[in-house]
Design a protein around this ligand. Structure first.
Ligand SMILES: Nc1nc2c(ncn2[C@@H]2O[C@H](COP(=O)(O)OP(=O)(O)OP(=O)(O)O)[C@@H](O)[C@H]2O)c(=O)[nH]1
Ligand SMILES: [Mg+2]
Ligand SMILES: [Zn+2]
Length: 307
């Protein structure tokens, strides 16, 4: 039996098989690859499992993990030198961003898109809480949308409290497995509950004094919606630490830089100090956004954010 992992809480996994869920454990060591992860099995994994005999509660034992088509992985915040797989086998990633309460950092957006690009996972950026913005905020949101749309990312602006906006989100998700990510308090769980009120995820307050969420969602969980559609709610992320991305390949995951491949004078150009660098020329011509180049440099310099 091959089931889909909906939820993992330490040693137990909730596995979906033909519209039934089974609580499963693992037996022995299950490892796919050489790197150290805090979780060998992630939400979205397809696992082989056996139902335990004489179990009334529908429990099972996982015997193997199918190889993953992709995954979103980040540096573990709990264990140095380890990585944490947020989810596997996803069709698209959705970043929820807000300009205030809390303010989403462009560094977070850029790091997350780099991780997704490294697996060619399409990214949409949803600007939420539009109802809270005044003129300046609305103008800034439009500037960011132009910036990211020019690079090739789909962007939409919504308020999670607007029914028509939630319908647009539903259309974006239809028939796909989508991962929702963002800082704590941006409204990830609110959006998921609005899509299907039966889901009933816990919602947190945003502290008005420090403008930060309160980390209400504590583990990733996948929810089946209608029509072969799945959505994964995740805990809020403060800083996204990249893993498995080499210095040399980093610019490949910035689509606007990837477009200039082969145009630098030196083939091993790091796009920092070399003469004849096509990327620095584009930056000076305002064709590459300063914020994006700044993010590139910060990822390059901050080794810590790659390993
Ligand atoms: N004004 C406004 N508030 C919103 C909107 N969406 C969500 N909120 C509020 O933002 C707060 C945080 O929402 P959550 O859904 O718990 O945020 P989250 O992203 O799941 O946060 P974590 O689980 O901590 O990562 C709640 O008070 C929501 O009511 C919106 O579109 N407009
Ligand atoms: Mg939440
Ligand atoms: Zn260069």
């Amino acid at each position: 039996m091959i089931g889909l992992v909906l939820k993992s809480t330490g040693s137990w996994y909730e596995v979906l098989y033909q519209s039934n869920t089974y609580l499963c454990r693992t037996r022995g060591k299950l490892k796919l690859k050489g790197y150290k992860t805090t979780n060998p099995i992630a939400v979205g994994d397809l696992v082989e499992f056996n139902i335990e005999e004489a179990s009334e509660e529908q429990t099972g034992v996982i015997t193997s993990i199918s190889s993953r088509k992709n995954y979103i992985i980040r540096k573990s915040i709990h264990k140095t030198g380890h990585a944490h797989i947020i989810a596997a086998n996803i069709d698209q990633a959705i970043i929820i961003a807000t300009l205030a309460f809390p303010r989403t950092s462009l560094g977070f957006i850029d790091r997350f898109t780099v991780a997704a690009e490294s697996f060619r996972i399409p990214v949409t950026i949803i600007f939420n809480k539009m109802d809270t913005l005044e003129d300046d905020g609305l103008t800034y949101a439009d500037e960011l949308i132009t910036l990211y749309e020019n690079i090739g990312f789909k962007c939409i602006k919504i308020s999670a409290f607007e029914k028509s906006d939630i319908t647009r989100v539903g259309e974006l998700l239809n028939g796909k497995i989508s991962l929702i990510a963002g800082h704590s308090g941006v409204g990830k769980s609110t959006i998921i509950n609005a899509l299907n009120p039966e889901i009933g995820q816990k919602i947190g307050e945003v502290s008005l004094s420090v403008e930060k969420g309160t980390h209400t969602t504590t583990f990733a969980q996948m929810f089946p919606l209608e029509n072969e559609t799945f959505i994964i709610d995740t805990p809020g992320i403060k800083e996204y630490g990249l893993v498995e991305i080499e210095e040399q390949e980093l610019s490949d995951y910035f689509p606007e830089m990837r477009a200039l491949i082969g145009e630098c004078k030196f083939h091993n150009c790091s796009h920092t100090h070399e003469p004849g660098c096509a990327i620095v020329e584009s930056l000076n011509a305002n064709e590459i956004a300063a914020s994006r180049y700044h993010s590139y440099l910060s990822m390059l310099e901050n080794d810590d954010n790659r390993r």
